[in-house]
Design a protein around this ligand. Sequence first.
Ligand code: C5P
Length: 220
Amino acid sequence: STTTALIVAAGRGERAGLGTPKQYATIAGKAMIAHAVDALAAHPAIDRIQIVIGAGQSGLLAEALGDRTMPTPVIGGAERRDSVIAGLEAVPAGRVLIHDAARPFLSVAVIDRLLAALDTHDGAVPVLPVVDTIAAADGLLGDVRPRDGLVRVQTPQGFDRDAILAAHRAWAGGPATDDAQVARAAGLAVATVEGDTMLDKLTHTADFAAAEARLAAAMR
Ligand code: C5P
């Protein structure tokens, strides 16, 4: 069956304060979204990559992709979930890995773990344990929350395309920050596999400089 990677890149990316949407910003000489595309294209099990962009971003995407050939991008919506649904409607049945463009450094090993888990589960997500102290705060520090058994959930998140699309259509909650919570609400069993700190989302301006430094160190 077909395995598609769906990259959602339709966010405004304003918290990065870069002027241009962050997914088109350059990291180590390459647009953030091109890093994600190349990582997914390098995996032999991935047959197709579908990108979801914001209205008016096709010029930015074309510039970022250069001579890479891709299916025509889909236009996303106001919330991340709207963008995911638009993308899912454009991809064939089979397995889908839904990925945030804001996580450009994706390893073959993480994709291998996700695909292996999908052989036995409805869904699979990369996670890392919470190592910091977690607490409420409102200007002043509030109560500490137990971190035992908590994880940070990353992307790509893998599912059967028809099942995750049905789950999204049935979702009655508010804005969802990922797809696995939508899958769980629909009764799907989502496996956790080991994530990667390199997959952490780049959100704020400082994240970009830190990512460049880590990449430079990794290439030395
Ligand atoms: O805003 P946040 O960092 O949570 O976005 C996560 C991912 O979802 C990003 O890659 C962003 O481009 C994408 N997104 C989207 N459509 C939206 C909002 C976010 O494709 N309406």
